[in-house]
Design a protein around this ligand. Structure first.
Ligand SMILES: Cc1cc2nc3c(=O)[nH]c(=O)nc-3n(C[C@H](O)[C@H](O)[C@H](O)COP(=O)(O)OP(=O)(O)OC[C@H]3O[C@@H](n4cnc5c(N)ncnc54)[C@H](O)[C@@H]3O)c2cc1C
Length: 578
């Protein structure tokens, strides 16, 4: 029979492990205290018990492994030394923390004592688990887990899908008969508010996209593309590809959170000749394309062709378009220093918007402010103007045209077309209709959230929840709780969330924000934007990485390394497109 420390452990098991850690730590402290500084045995005993519990907390679920147990004691010992020996104990005795080099040198002998104590704790803990673990109830015999009886399948690894999966994982943490699957075409969660920073080379692409797999312990992540869903047979069919050899997933409850895609309103010329700005691929491709245009412009003698290469047009004055515009403006003007043959005044950034003021989601005064500030920084606005078409090398605005090689379309979204494969009637906008419990009014095992769902919202002007991340993730949580309540035959919770606020960055140290009805603009709003969205970025690791990117950005110019080769266009190609 296979013995392991890791299983569906209960709170009692955790408490027993902590107790064992405490006892082993105390014994180790008693032993080491006799031969190593400091002289004070009480300090040793307190340290030992804390270290022992820390060890049990961190490594108590591992199978005893001899040498590895000893080595595991070292990081615990070093952590305890820094926390207790260098900081806490000196403070408790009225001295200052031992941060200076000479103080740390005097504390080194105690580090040796801590390391000895740590390794002894690890060895002792592992040995007791090895010989007595099963009798003490610390080890669990892993017999075949009970078969999964209830299949919960979530489609979409965005804010809504991940929030639903996290909530379901917590709800069924101790019930192995419930299996949870999360299907997503990408293997990461994209933190969209920072997408413009990727396009502008301010933040590394991986840093805003935590991997889905590391977010879960029990949820099975399947990278794959949903092709269709049979709601009668209750089976999800995935496109057969290398990522998803498992082509069918049966379900008892289905959550649909597949988000939205760009909407070109049937204009094929725009679709064929524009960049979209929704995914990580889009941002990386755009960044590379812009650098590529600069490389070409740098050795282009024809002024008209050079001007087209250095003209960047964004359609759409909503959050996505304006944030992108602000970041691109900084990026393109910032990198001209690396291209000595180019005149910074040749860079042209144009925002085309059909409304009178940009950022219609915010108060008109903030939209006006954003417009004025961006105009001061060189952005050109074409308001009350619609893009009517696009060709290679040119954007059409009715009678007028702008020669450009970079046209980004952010002027519309529509729900993912995969919804049409569900075989249920959709709303006029193509969304899946759900009631305030986020379940389909006609199919009790079909749930939907996020940009692909029409969610009733009494706080919104339209009567439906707006397509934002803050709504999507709260809807996902409500679905998680409601599925659990359905399976446990309890009452459902209504989705009831009032928008906290909206923020939009406009580029370097400039933003606008409206939070709880209060308006902010300028540097303060920009600091709020950074603080709020950094705190919302999942995982500490990614937050640290983005923080470091921002820090380095203060000292170094934008990175112009081109990581996608678009192939060698001939000179005629460039002329033809302008
Ligand atoms: C540039 C930009 C900036 C934004 N800034 C903000 C902001 O500052 N604040 C804010 O609140 N909101 C912002 N938003 C809006 C926000 O990103 C969306 O409202 C939110 O992502 C919606 O979440 P969701 O889970 O419904 O969809 P998404 O986050 O889009 O996730 C959809 C998921 O479904 C998966 N998927 C799609 N089709 C399939 C398929 N066929 N098979 C398998 N998987 C599939 C995708 O891979 C993805 O994982 C921004 C959006 C963009 C594009």
């Amino acid at each position: 029979m296979k013995i392991t420390l890791y299983s569906m452990f209960s709170r009692v098991t955790v408490l027993k492990r902590l107790l064992l850690g405490l006892i082993v730590g105390l014994l180790a402290a008693r032993l080491i205290g006799g031969v190593a500084p400091p002289e004070n045995m009480l300090v040793h005993l307190i340290t030992g018990s804390l270290m022992g519990m820390g060890y049990a907390w961190l490594f108590g679920t591992q199978t005893p492994r001899g040498m590895a147990d000893l080595l595991n004691g070292f990081p615990v010992a070093i952590g305890a030394w820094v926390l207790l020996g260098v900081n806490l104990y000196p403070l408790l005795t009225g001295s200052s923390p031992m941060w200076q080099a000479n103080a740390i040198i005097t504390a080194l002998p105690t580090l040796i004592a801590y390391l000895l104590m740590g390794s002894l704790t690890g060895l002792g803990y592992g040995a007791i688990c090895h010989w007595f673990g099963q009798r003490l109830g610390l080890l669990t015999a892993v017999v075949d887990p009970p078969p999964v009886q209830t299949h919960l399948v979530i489609l979409g690894g965005g804010y809504a899908g991940v929030a639903a999966a996290e909530t379901l994982e917590a709800e069924f943490a101790h019930d192995p008969t419930v299996g949870i699957w999360l299907v997503s075409s990408t293997n990461y969660l994209l933190h969209t508010p920072m997408l413009s920073e990727v396009a502008a080379s301010a933040v590394n692409a991986q840093h805003i996209s935590p991997p889905l797999r590391s977010a879960f312990r029990r949820v099975q992540v399947v990278q794959g593309s949903v092709e269709r869903v049979d709601l009668t047979e209750r089976i999800v069919y995935l496109a057969a590809d290398a990522h998803s050899p498992q082509s069918q997933l049966p379900f008892h409850q289905l959550v649909v959170a597949v988000g939205a895609i760009p909407n070109f309103f049937g204009n094929q010329s725009i679709e064929a000749n524009s960049f979209t700005f929704k995914s990580l691929d889009d941002a990386v491709r755009l960044r590379n394309h812009i650098i590529d245009r600069f490389e070409r412009a740098d050795h282009e003698a024809d002024a008209a062709v050079r001007q087209a290469l250095l003209t960047f047009v964004v359609a759409g004055g909503g959050f996505a378009g304006v944030e992108l515009m602000g970041s691109l403006n900084d990026f393109t003007r910032g990198i001209t220093a690396s291209y000595p043959n180019l005149d910074p005044d040749e860079v042209r950034i144009v925002l085309v918007h059909s409304g009178e003021t940009i950022l219609p989601e915010l108060s008109p005064t903030l939209g006006q402010y954003a417009q004025e500030k961006l105009a001061e920084r060189g952005v050109e606005f074409m308001l009350k103007t619609r893009v009517t078409g696009a060709e290679a090398g040119c954007v059409l605005l009715g009678e007028k045209a702008i020669a450009t090689h970079t046209f980004v379309w952010t002027a519309g979204n529509r729900p993912s077309p995969v919804l049409q494969q569900l075989g249920v009637p959709l709303t006029q906008r193509g969304q899946l209709e759900v009631n305030s419990y986020l379940v389909s009014p006609t199919i009790p095992y079909l749930w939907a959230a996020g940009d692909c769902a029409q969610v009733p919202d009494k706080h919104s002007r339209t009567g439906f929840a707006p397509p934002t991340a803050q709504h999507a993730l709260r809807e996902g949580k409500v679905i998680g709780h409601n599925i659990a309540a359905t399976l446990r035959k309890r009452g459902l919770t209504e989705f009831d969330f009032k928008t906290l606020g909206s923020l939009s960055t406009l580029g370097h140290q400039l933003a606008v924000a409206e939070i709880f009805g209060y308006r902010f603009a300028g540097l303060l709003a920009w600091l709020m934007w950074r603080t709020i969205y950094l705190s919302k970025l999942p995982t500490l690791e990614k937050r640290v990485r983005v923080g470091l990117d921002w820090l380095l950005d203060l000292f170094f110019p934008p990175d112009i390394v081109q990581t996608i080769d678009f192939g060698r266009e001939t000179k005629e190609d460039i002329y033809d497109k302008s």
